[in-house]
Design a protein around this ligand. Structure first.
Ligand SMILES: Nc1ncnc2c1ncn2[C@@H]1O[C@H](COP(=O)(O)OP(=O)(O)OP(=O)(O)O)[C@@H](O)[C@H]1O
Length: 271
């Protein structure tokens, strides 16, 4: 294994058309109490099929970045392109997973997962088969007809991930999806997410507060500065796939995690 490599320049631009292209992106929230600059110019390209994790201090603008990519809010300047198209509204080709699974209590697991299909009026039969395949991958077989309140927190989050994938989006954006889970469930979810990424080859952008989680899952880890957020560094993760939890003890893993963590200490901010 090679030593972790620090990159301050985004070299992904050379590797074919990016799935997500972020160019000179800024966001300042206008509030009654004044302006809140949340992102300073961000430039980042994410390759098709790449798994990118974003870490940074609390309030540095990570969720803002995700919402801009998802077309849920508008930038102050600059822009985002998804699959070659400028984002002006939520693109069809994007699935989103939030920290809270936000499942509808009165709908069964399968009917929650099928919601994006209903909303987009897609073919029911083919997507039902897809939902069932996702349920299997996510280890939820047998729970299709249960209601969210009959599932554990981890199972609910797995159902939310299935829902984000059911319409077969090319890109999945995840905002701290495992933050509310206990450590063991979180590790299992990490393994399952890795498997889903391997089997579906989606482009995944994961926001996380966990440095080990970012190193374990990602091809690249983007470290952000304090608000207004900018990119402090981008690290390649040279660990082979599939990754095992044992790899977390490998010198290359701990060294990379140490390097990522050092940014937080240097900013006087341990999140
Ligand atoms: N709708 C809004 N109006 C005004 N300010 C906002 C709004 N949303 C976010 N902010 C501010 O923008 C900054 C960045 O917020 P954001 O939620 O993007 O940070 P974050 O890095 O995701 O934080 P955390 O890690 O704590 O979830 C914060 O100072 C926040 O208070």
């Amino acid at each position: 294994m090679t030593a972790p490599k620090l990159r301050l320049v985004d070299e992904a631009k050379t590797a074919g058309p990016p799935a997500i292209a972020i160019e000179k992106l800024t966001k300042t929230y206008r509030t009654a109490d004044g302006d809140v600059p949340s992102l300073t110019p961000i430039d980042l390209d994410i390759r098709d099929g790449e798994f990118v994790a974003v870490v940074g201090p609390s309030g540095c603008g990570k969720s803002t970045l995700l919402k801009l990519i998802a077309g849920l809010i508008q930038p102050s300047s600059g822009g985002v392109t998804v699959a070659g198209k400028p984002v002006v509204e939520p693109p069809d080709d994007v699935g989103i997973v939030f920290q809270n699974p936000v499942l509808l209590a009165w709908r069964s697991v399968i009917r929650n997962i099928m919601m994006p299909v209903e909303v987009r009026r897609l073919d029911h039969a083919s997507h039902l088969a897809r939902a069932q395949a996702l349920i299997k991958t996510a280890g939820l077989t047998g729970f299709e007809n249960k209601y969210p309140w009959q599932l554990s927190g981890g199972m609910q989050q797995r159902a939310a991930i299935c829902r984000a994938l059911v319409h077969d989006p090319k890109i999945v954006l995840m905002d701290e999806p495992f933050g509310a889970l206990d450590a063991l469930t979180r590790e299992r979810m990490n393994l399952q997410l890795q498997r889903i990424h391997h089997e579906t080859r989606k482009t995944i952008l994961l926001i996380t507060h966990s440095i080990p989680e970012s190193v374990f899952l990602a091809d690249r880890v983007v470290v952000m500065t304090d608000r207004p957020g900018a990119i402090a560094a981008i690290y390649d993760v040279p660990l082979p796939r599939p990754r095992t939890l044992d790899m977390m003890g490998a010198p290359v893993f701990t060294e990379l995690a140490r390097q990522v963590r050092s940014h937080f200490y240097s900013q006087g901010n341990i999140d």
